[in-house]
Ligand binder design. Structure first.
Ligand code: 6R9
Length: 647
């Protein structure tokens, strides 16, 4: 933990929508009278038929039911596109930056409107009707946003599958959502390498005969791909045959908007279902306040639309607010390790939102690749996806933001639809590594293992005691699993699965998934704590810590350590790191085993797959399970051959 405090600058306090006093007043109003608060803020989107009922939610495990604005009707694509036309028809809605720096495009709201209507009619031509599911398996190209918005225009429910998922994962998701139409591209392009999307779709569809009737293919690279007669169609060919206009379908606030599959600690991925009205109100409101979005800002979230961050903070939140959102097809290290900052300079980006894993990997290459760019346009930085260790936070703040940009460390989940715990840049003094305070309407609590609510400064499991509009409504096709996973551990509360500490100032510090807690000689320890200590060492770039069975201590601490470029993995350094952690946290935290590993097994969204690290640490590498979702499966072989615990 870091005890540094970065106060809000006078400039930010005066320019932002919300300063500290206003945050406190609005927060208090939001939790004392949620009906009145959300009744008012629900009006931020346009309704076809206004709601009269605001909140109707129950966390009772016998009857979990979440409904917001339930008698209102609206349309998401109307709110993200049509309603902006009068004022911002010629404003850029999407800046697209291709994998190759020479490829880019600007799409105005008027162009977006035309594209979305065309896409909607193409989907209709393939038999898609209100309530039907559509699987989208596309790279980061504007067509991904068109297809999403087109689904919402006609009331279809999209299920986006990240372009890096294997045919097996894709087939499972298509089958679970029972989608007869799949939208894909010939190939994707990332870091100069081609991703065989259409080939993967063919393999996936073959695994589930009879499910998919139509595959719509966007040409991205133009490479020839096999097209199955009667089933596969190029988008452009279909588009040439359908009308230009398509009116938005009137949808109930509680009609499903999208499904997004996410992994839990057990079982197959869950289809997280979000609904129309509450989700859009919450995504747009958090986007406006957390990023203090103002007209004219250029906003860039580096996520992929295949993850919830891309849904809420590349597409729906920003577009509902009439923003200019940047969509990036490439990776941070191509063609050079300065790419992020070059894109910032090229498009004069004001707000930049990325993940700690990206920051840490860029940190490993030193300051020079950042410093050779200007970044003068940057005003605000954001972090999401995992706890950000204070060292990475400080580097992001000092090197990338040159000390002038606040960092919003936003804690949330696929399940929450939008950001729940976060600083507001004009209101919240920052502490590196803390997601700070709850957003309006969010009531976090910390409970112990028995479910007793802890008061004041404390540490335990993070639950949320009442609903907010962006909350998921169910697990698609399995409401029991929804209740079981989220509402049964602590009856009457939403269980996040995260551990959390609250300090004396009421700030929240997410300590990582509670499934990653280890117990060493009776001491509970967050693996993130040890990792954070390790990465604080100047020679360490990244670290992942897991428990392994230890005869005397119950669990021992096994640390996988990636060194900074050019550092040698010596015995001496190993000893130095053990001593370092003892010094940083205390003797109980000293790693028992340290494995120097050039790479860590990460999912394509950048999350470390601890399951694999635990198995290798246990010397049980014969039973690694499914490694198909790894960004680079070869990492695993190296980890196994250099394992430190040989029984
Ligand atoms: C948005 C997203 C959710 C899990 C969540 C937590 C971790 C996300 C975080 C964070 C600490 C943050 N997480 N943001 N931990 N600080 N700012 O990432 O959704 O992919 O569903 O992951 O990610 O553990 O429970 P998702």
């Amino acid at each position: 933990m870091s005890d540094k405090l970065y106060p809000v600058s006078a400039d930010w306090a005066s320019r932002a929508y919300v300063d500290d006093a206003k945050y406190k007043a609005m927060y208090e109003a939001s939790v004392k009278a949620p009906e009145a608060f959300w009744g008012e803020h629900g009006k931020r989107i346009d309704w076809m038929k206004p709601y009269t009922r605001v909140k109707n939610t129950s966390y009772d495990p016998h009857n979990v039911s979440i409904r917001w604005f339930e008698d209102g009707t609206t349309n998401v694509s109307y709110n993200c596109v049509d309603r902006h036309l009068a004022k911002r028809g010629d404003q850029v809605a999407i800046i697209w930056e291709g994998d190759d720096p020479k490829d880019d495009a600007k799409i105005t709201y008027r162009q977006l409107h035309a594209e979305v209507m065309k896409w909607a009619n193409v989907l209709k031509s393939q038999g898609v009707k209100k309530g039907d599911r559509v699987t989208i398996y596309l790279p980061m190209i504007p067509e991904a946003a068109y297809a999403m918005l087109a689904c919402t225009r006609i009331g279809a429910v999209h299920s986006i599958v990240f372009g890096g998922f294997s045919p097996d994962s894709l087939a499972g998701r298509i089958e679970d959502a029972a989608t007869s139409v799949v939208v894909t591209a010939d190939e994707g392009l990332r870091g100069g390498r081609k991703v065989p999307l259409k080939v993967n779709v063919d393999a996936a569809v073959d695994k589930i005969p009879g499910v998919v009737k139509s595959v719509v293919v966007v040409k991205r690279t133009g490479s020839p791909v096999a097209m199955k007669e009667g089933r596969d169609h190029y988008y452009a060919d279909l588009a040439a045959t359908v009308p230009d206009e398509c009116p938005p379908e009137e949808m109930n606030a509680e009609d499903p908007l999208f499904i997004l599959y996410t992994s839990g600690s057990t079982g197959k991925p869950k289809g997280v279902l979000h609904s129309t009205g509450g989700y859009l109100v919450y995504a747009s409101m958090t986007h406006q306040y957390v990023f203090d979005y103002k007209d004219g800002d250029i906003y860039w979230c580096t996520a992929d639309v295949g993850w919830v961050t891309g849904h809420s903070y590349i597409v729906y939140g920003p577009l509902a607010n009439g923003a200019t959102t940047l969509m990036f097809e490439g990776i941070p290290t191509y063609p050079s390790i300065s790419r992020f900052w070059e894109v910032v300079d090229k498009h004069k980006v004001n707000t930049f939102y990325t993940a700690p894993t990206a920051i840490r990997s860029l940190m490993g290459a030193g300051e020079e690749p950042v410093k050779k760019t200007s970044r003068a346009s940057l005003r605000l930085l954001g972090s999401v996806g995992e706890p950000i260790n204070p060292e990475a936070w400080e580097w992001y703040h000092r090197v990338v933001g040159e000390g002038r940009c606040p960092i919003v460390d936003t804690w949330w989940q696929t399940e929450t639809g939008g950001i729940l715990i976060t600083p507001l840049p004009g209101a919240t003094a920052l502490k590196p590594g803390s997601a700070t305070r709850p957003f309006f309407g969010v009531q976090p609590e910390i409970v112990d293992a028995e479910g007793k609510v802890l008061e004041g400064a404390c540490e335990g499991n993070l639950v949320i005691s009442d609903s907010w509009p962006g909350q998921m409504r169910t697990v698609f096709g399995d409401h029991d699993r929804f209740v079981q996973t989220y509402f049964s551990t602590y009856a009457g509360k939403y269980f996040t699965g995260d551990g959390c500490r609250r300090d004396a100032d009421g700030y929240y510090w997410i300590t990582g998934r509670v499934d990653d807690v280890i117990n060493v000689s009776g001491h509970r320890m967050g693996t993130a704590e040890v990792e954070s200590a390790l990465v604080a060492h100047p020679k360490v770039s990244e670290a992942a810590v897991v428990g392994y069975p230890h005869d005397i201590k119950g669990q021992g601490i096994y640390a996988y350590v990636t060194l900074m470029t050019g550092e040698d993995p010596t015995e001496e350094l190993r000893k130095e790191l053990v001593a370092w952690v003892r010094k940083e946290i205390g003797p109980i935290a000293s790693p028992d085993l340290i494995q120097f590993s050039p790479g860590l097994p990460k999912t394509r969204s950048g999350k470390i797959m601890r399951r694999i690290l635990r198995k290798i640490a246990e010397d049980e590498f014969g039973a690694l399970g499914d490694t198909s979702t790894l960004a680079d499966p070869a990492v695993v072989d190296d980890l196994i051959s250099n394992r430190q615990n040989r029984k």
